[in-house]
Design a protein. Structure first.
Lengths: 150, 125
């Protein structure tokens, strides 16, 4: 049997597919500019950022991290998410073999620069299903307002 | 064999938009422990199936986004995780134990009874 033993991924084509996806992820979609603080692929945690008229939302993919030990701070317009994810791999011995070690383990830190019109005092962070969502509202003055014409 | 290839092909078609979740795989005497990162997947959107000797892990991301949000910087695009493993005969696919917490899936795949290590006594005749 060539394909026994939980060997690495599925098959040749999906491997090829994965490489292509990683290239896409590394170079951004259609030549989109990347952030100056972006890290290469395999960075932990992965971060997605979205904006709406009312707030800036930062989603950090942090599976298996104790939210109480996460360090989220804002300083001079920079949002920093830091922490540590301990490795749960046992030490290899003659009775234990490790076949795949792809999950991130160790200390991590990511920094995101925030736009000028946000209010860092009203920042909110919550953790659910392994995703940290940091919500930073825009200042009242920066929010769109409809002006009544009399 | 040809049937197996067909299955693989259709898998490729489905996999175009899915992310392969990173995994850790550790084997000890009692079985295999597989840990996979699936952040953003709620428990009811996770599916772990075995079909014969293959094990399929699939999860759909569901993250609340405020109304009118536009993505400005994106490192993870695909909302689907999918990964398949071929189990070997010495593992018992009917007794897989699964736990899912904070986006981390842990599977415990025990070895089949007959495959557990056994000390064989050598008798001297």
């Amino acid at each position: 049997m060539y394909e026994s033993l939980l060997r690495l991924p599925v098959d040749f084509f999906s491997d090829f597919d994965r490489i292509q996806r990683e290239l896409n992820q590394a170079f951004g979609g259609a030549g989109a500019p990347t952030s100056i603080r972006a890290l290469g692929r395999g960075a932990f945690p992965r971060v997605n950022i979205g904006t709406s008229a009312k707030s800036v939302e930062v989603y950090a993919l942090l599976p298996g991290v104790d939210p109480a030990k996460l360090d989220v701070s804002v300083d001079r317009g920079l949002l920093t998410i830091a922490g540590e994810r301990p490795s749960d791999l046992p030490a290899a011995s003659d009775k234990v073999s490790v076949y795949a070690d792809e999950r991130f383990a160790g200390k991590f830190k990511r920094t995101v620069s925030l736009p000028d019109d946000v209010d860092p005092a009203a920042i909110e962070a919550n953790y659910r299903d392994g995703v940290l969502r940091v919500s930073i509202p825009r200042r009242e003055a920066a929010q769109p307002k409809r002006i009544e014409v009399k | 064999m040809s049937e197996k290839q067909d299955v693989a092909k259709s898998d490729v078609a489905q996999q175009t938009q899915a992310v392969l979740p990173p995994v850790d795989i550790v084997e000890d005497e009692a079985g295999i422990r597989l840990t996979a990162d699936l952040p953003g997947v709620p428990k009811d959107q996770l599916s772990v199936r075995t079909e014969g000797q293959s094990l399929l892990i699939e999860g759909q991301v569901a993250i609340d986004t405020p109304e009118g949000m536009e993505p400005v910087y994106v490192e993870t695009r695909s909302p689907v995780y999918r990964r398949t493993f071929n189990l070997s005969r010495d593992l018992d696919p009917t007794k897989i134990d699964a736990a899912f917490r904070d986006g981390v899936l842990t599977l415990r795949i025990p070895k089949a009874e007959h495959a557990q290590p056994r000390k064989i006594a050598v008798s001297v005749v």
